[in-house]
Ligand binder design. Structure first.
Ligand SMILES: [Zn+2]
Length: 295
């Protein structure tokens, strides 16, 4: 049942509408089919603006207005309605040309404030909230070239109070990501010692590169992502699958994930195409302002 509900959430529009939390799956599906693309624009785009107040000004029905004068089209909602049955190749084809509106279409599982259902679920097929990215958004935000991104990078002292593990990591100062990551580090180093092996030797932050097997720019290119603990990480791409199935696997503790999420970083372990060492700064997916909720 949980799986079914999660599938429904991935069919897009319903996930960003107020009724999801109370609607039966059947009713959600019906409303989903009749809802237009504006369901994403009206509520969820406001969420986007409020998540990045330093750089975004406001939105209209079809555009996003930046404080630097850029006017960016939201584009249509092009995420396939049958996304749960697409092959990985078909899904990747969609990701290659996703719009800004698509970027908001899948709702990231919200942390439970009361701790209820506090567990990690295997995401349903092609449910990749946060993996849908409109690249011009990030290029405008953090820099369109390696050189431009480089102008905004600053070192963060990772595990500063654990001398044998402390090291500098380069991340962007745009949106205060460096300060957010420092706050993450401060909380992580206060965890009990059994968590330490997951935290020492982070696998990387800034690197101008494309995502493996694609032409899409990795979020690491913008200095807004971090990989931890390669020793304990699992990545769908490492599982060569003739059947196009990628059984979920994760060894990263939830306590670590929660701390990142608290400070605006989403986790690649919440994706069907999982990447469990990966965290990136995407606060627009971690608010409830557009009313989305998880089944
Ligand atoms: Zn990564």
């Amino acid at each position: 049942m949980l799986h079914l509900a999660r599938n429904l959430a991935s069919t897009v529009i319903a996930v960003c509408m107020m009724f999801v939390s109370t609607a039966t799956p059947k009713r959600a599906l019906a409303q989903n089919a009749s809802a237009g693309a504006n369901a994403v624009s009206r509520d969820c785009v406001k969420r986007l603006v409020s998540a990045y107040p330093d750089v975004l000004s406001h939105s209209s029905e079809d555009s996003l207005y930046w404080r630097n004068g850029v006017v960016m089209p939201l584009g249509g909602l092009t995420i396939p309605k049958n996304s749960q049955v697409l092959t990985t190749q078909e899904w990747e084809g969609f990701l290659d040309k996703a719009t800004l509106r698509d970027q908001l279409a899948q709702c990231y599982p919200q942390p439970q404030s009361n701790g209820a259902n506090d567990s990690i679920e295997a995401p349903s097929r092609n449910f990749d909230p946060g993996r849908i990215r409109y690249e011009p958004f990030f290029r405008t935000m953090y820099g369109a070239t390696e050189e431009e991104v480089g102008k905004h990078l600053a070192p963060v002292r990772w595990l500063a109070n654990i001398p044998e593990a402390a090291k500098n990591l380069l991340v962007t100062t745009v949106n205060g990501v460096n300060e957010k990551l420092k706050a993450v580090s401060d909380e992580l180093e206060a965890l009990p010692p059994e968590y330490r092996p997951y935290l020492v030797e982070p696998a990387g932050t800034f690197k101008w590169r494309t995502i493996a097997g694609t032409n899409r720019q990795s979020n690491h290119s913008f200095g807004a992502a971090i990989d931890i603990a390669i020793k304990f990480s699992d990545y769908w791409h490492w599982k060569v699958s003739a059947e196009d199935q990628y059984p979920y696997k994760n060894r990263i503790p939830l306590a670590i994930v929660r701390i990142f999420e608290k400070h605006g970083f989403i986790w690649g372990g919440r994706w069907y195409h999982y990447d469990t060492m990966h965290f990136e700064y995407r606060p627009e997916l971690l608010t409830k302002e557009c009313g989305c909720s998880q089944p």
